[in-house]
Design a binder for this molecule. Sequence first.
Ligand code: FES
Length: 173
Amino acid sequence: MRIQRVKPRVEQKEDRAPVDLTLIDGLLKKYQNLKGNLIPILQGTQDVYGYLPKEAFQHIHQATGIELNELYGVATFYAQFRLTPAGKHIVKMCHGTACHVQSVTAITDEILDTLQIKDGETTKDGLFTVETVACLGCCSLAPVMMIGEETYGKLTPKQAVKIIREIRRSENN
Ligand code: FES
């Protein structure tokens, strides 16, 4: 769960591959007339595409009759939903209490500066998305950062940036 929400950007890059909307037809059929279907539909859609593509909103609206503004309202309210594709590496910066006390904010700022993005955004090259999250469950290692399945603890800003740079370097080789 993200702690700090960034203003969601509904507009999306147009240079991406077309979205195959048939991939969610089974999901829509399953939840079509069920009460409280909105969140499961959005969750299922995000599971399929990794985010909520703009085209999917129209498709869901047509299939279920749920109003577009209701769909966007829920999708932008809950931090679990993503309106743009995530980067290849999702960098989770723990801003729980223990990490906060151990100055994780300075580390996050350093990473965001290095990548030239804001919290919740993805780098232009699509390699990194940075998100601030609640406790990652390993407070004794504070301050903590997670990239994919890898956990990095007792970090300093310098170490954190080095890790990011190494990943970028290995991706560019
Ligand atoms: S507060 Fe960061 S891991 Fe618990």
